[in-house]
Design a protein around this ligand. Structure first.
Ligand code: GLN
Ligand code: ZN
Length: 749
């Protein structure tokens, strides 16, 4: 009885992405968009059916996001969108338009998928709109496929919501449950048999209030003719299971890949007589399962075989579609990978073996699977002895800078001689059409390397000139050679590869193609030195070298699962350390190691927090410890809340950290003040997400606020984040105003 928690929807050739973008550009009609959607749903159901999946979902499709779908389903669209309806209202919530702001977007647990945050209020009314759910169920039914209807569970829906009045969204449960009950009644009436309620919110250290809400929900919701499956994922859900076993739900879904502690709950579920939906095929990563090991694992679970359902660990939304279009991947590496479609086969084979069924034609697939796992273990492509030895014999000098930060900063001030409130930027400058065309031409082989380099250098010249004219104190080269801050470095590293078509939905029509870290990581040659030294040669001002840190590199990649993650982080750190060393030797005095994804990599359970912090800090330090005391190490983090992690930030031991303080007010900076932070902080003074140019007066006020909170002697002035999404005619006046405002403030202090 294989079970799939959810299937990707963007299309294996990103058909939905392109159709959506055309629809928004008015190049195709609503009907045409709906046709594309219908074709995709049909194809996805068919794939699952043909693979022998018994529990196939419907309503896992979405035009943008399953949380917005749920907002519509329960009638919780905020009032400001009331002038619109249907898909117009839907896309206004998702993307905003001339008169509407989009809903806030944030990461779905610890994935790189973003959902939209419902905004409720204490008198919120709900009303049921089940049109999408019913029509997709019936669409599948007409194709001869009985689906389990996927819904975000009421507890998770509220737990992920915010309110405009500060009330607790969970207090709305009594109002929301009747809507869910009505939905179940309607589904029962149209003949649906199974409903999946996703309740991943329960894996994040649930407090009493959340657990009470869970209990209330599943004691209340009843449906005699429906099987109700409550599924959790990404971590263990042991507290939730205690409660769910005493309710009338029919099955409980647990993720055994990312929540190994779920094992503790199996006996309880067995005793309760409920089904266990056992997530054993990894929905978050792309390595082939060791099928025999999975079967062994399932066999050892203390539960009757007919009550166990073999499942994915979570929705397959988080992995690419299929290996079928991969023509360039190394042929060995390719055998070690399983994307969504290939995972369907794994599910079927695991299920057959578990139930001692004839394998038939699957015998060959099982053999291939065994072989893949065996060759992966012994492959020389993966194992690099010199990297392993280096990691095993790390010296203190490789882990720790030689002087304490306060001493280092004194030396750095002597050499760099920057003024009080030094001004700088976070790294990237506008990625214009022209810049993208240059990279594409080179990548496609229609531009020679020589010409490419000259064109990028031309961009760098312009960028340096602009910064000098504006009067910034510490300059950057602009990152024109980079498509993406992770992919760019991944392409240089040994042990890292890329798929051609391994797209994963990030939000709406946006997809990412994460690097695949398959083996021991090393850096065979310099990655940035040529660009940065060239930029430095153009100016007497200090040029800041720009790298991506080890934590961010891993958090935005598919990471090998055959080695402790800690070792992969540290191998990556050593590779970056090599680059830091080369930059330093080439005369670069300031090097920024970006850790944009540091905070989002935090584990979902507090019990794992210390370990993550230890490994992340150690890795960052390994990446930067080669810096001499005189070399200034910067780091940068976005969208972070620092209050609870100040000791960790401090332990990273960067000389300067730049943070996003413009959008979040002074709250972020206060964390540094309260901690009595002794190193330097770059405070973001304007939001780079908006095309609006902040005025000099406004920026003066902004800087005044900053120096009231944090000593001016330790403060840098910069925009919130990189400028790559902006236009030159926004960037130039904004930075000019920033520098002018800073000069004005300098006169007064
Ligand atoms: N240096 C990078 C840039 O400016 C940092 C990006 C980020 O923080 N997301 O683009
Ligand atoms: Zn940033």
């Amino acid at each position: 009885m294989p079970y799939v928690t959810g299937f990707p929807r963007i299309g294996e050739k990103r058909e939905l992405k392109f159709a959506l973008e055309k629809y928004w550009n008015k190049e195709i009609t609503l009907n045409e968009l709906q046709e594309v959607a219908k074709t995709l749903r049909k194809r996805h159901w068919k794939y699952q059916k043909e693979a022998g999946i018994e529990f196939i979902g419907s309503n896992d499709f979405s035009f943008y996001d399953q949380m917005i779908d749920t907002i519509v389903m329960v009638g919780a669209e905020p009032e400001e969108y009331n002038d619109l309806d249907g898909l117009d209202r839907y896309f206004a919530m998702a993307r905003g338009d001339k008169t509407h702001k989009a809903l806030a977007m944030t990461k779905w647990f610890n994935t790189n998928y973003h959902y939209f945050v419902p905004i409720l209020h204490k008198d919120q009314n709900f009303s049921l709109n089940l049109d999408k759910v019913i029509s997709e169920y019936q669409e599948a039914k007409a194709l001869g496929i009985e689906t389990e209807v996927n819904l975000i569970g009421p507890v998770t829906f509220l737990a992920l919501s915010r309110t405009s009045d500060g009330s607790n969204p969970l207090d709305l449960l009594d109002r929301l449950l009747p809507i869910y009950q009505e939905a179940l009644n309607r589904l029962e009436k149209i003949g649906a048999k199974n409903v999946q309620l996703d309740e991943p919110a329960l894996v994040r250290d649930p407090d009493e209030k959340l657990l009470n809400a869970l209990q209330k929900s599943y004691e209340t919701l009843k449906a005699d003719d429906l099987e109700l499956f409550v599924v959790t994922y990404f971590e263990h859900a042991n507290e939730a299971v205690e409660i769910l076993v005493d309710t009338s739900v029919d099955g409980i879904g647990l993720d055994f890949v990312h929540g190994p502690k779920n094992i503790e709950s199996v006996e309880k579920i067995a005793k309760s007589g409920k089904k266990l939906i056992a997530g054993v095929v990894d929905g978050r990563n792309i390595w082939v399962s060791d099928i025999e090991k999975k079967v062994e694992f399932l066999n050892a679970l203390p539960i009757d075989k007919d009550r166990l359902v073999v499942s994915t660990s979570c929705s397959l939304l988080h992995v690419p579609y299929t290996l079928e279009y991969e023509e360039k991947l190394d042929s060995n590496i390719k055998t070690w990978l399983a994307f969504a479609k290939e995972k369907l086969n794994e599910l079927r084979i695991i299920d057959k073996l578990y139930r001692s069924k004839e394998l038939g034609e699957d015998e060959a697939l099982l053999e291939a699977n065994k072989k893949a796992n065996a060759t992966r273990k012994s492959s020389t492509q993966i194992h690099n002895k010199s990297v392993q030895d280096r990691l095993a014999n790390l010296t203190k000098e490789e882990c720790e800078r030689s002087l304490p930060a306060t001493r280092r900063l004194e030396l750095q001030h002597e050499i760099l001689k920057y003024p009080i409130l030094p001004t700088t930027t976070i790294g990237s400058f506008p990625q214009t059409k022209e810049v993208r065309a240059i990279r594409k031409a080179y990548k496609d082989g229609v531009m020679s390397e020589e010409e490419y380099k000259e064109k990028i250098k031309e961009q760098i010249r312009y960028c340096v000139k602009v910064q000098e004219d504006i009067g910034l104190d510490v300059l950057v080269h602009g990152e024109f050679e980079r498509n993406d801050m992770v992919e760019y470095f991944g392409e240089f590293l040994e042990g890292v590869t890329f798929s051609q078509n391994g797209w994963v939905q990030s939000y709406g029509s946006r997809c990412v193609k994460p690097p695949i870290i398959f083996g021991d990581v090393s850096r065979p040659e310099p990655m940035t030195v040529e660009w940065i030294t060239y930029a430095q040669s153009l100016t007497d001002k200090p040029m800041k070298g720009m790298l991506t840190g080890p934590v961010t590199m891993l958090n935005w990649s598919f990471v090998r699962d055959d080695l402790k993650r800690e070792s992969v982080y540290k191998q990556m750190a050593l590779a970056i350390a090599d680059e830091v060393k080369d930059l330093q030797e080439a005369g670069i005095q300031i090097i920024q190691v970006d850790e944009a994804a540091f905070k989002e990599g935090y584990p979902l359970r507090d019990e794992n927090k210390n370990e993550y912090e230890r490994v992340a800090v150690e890795s960052f330090k390994i990446a930067t410890a080669v810096a001499k005391p005189e070399t200034q190490i910067h780091t940068h983090m976005c969208y972070s809340d620092f209050n609870d992690i100040m000791p960790t930030i401090d332990a990273m031991d960067a000389d300067v950290i730049s943070i996003e303080t413009a959008r979040n007010g002074n709250r972020l900076l206060e964390a540094f003040k309260n901690y009595n932070y002794q190193k330097e902080v770059g405070a973001g003074v304007y939001d780079i997400h908006s095309p609006r140019v902040p005025s000099k007066e406004e920026l003066i006020k902004e800087i005044e606020k900053k120096i009231q909170v944090f000593p001016a002697s330790k403060l840098w002035i910069n925009p919130d984040c990189g400028l790559k999404t902006r236009k030159w005619d926004e960037v130039i006046p904004a930075l000019t105003n920033m520098v002018e405002a800073t000069k004005e403030i300098r006169k007064r202090i």
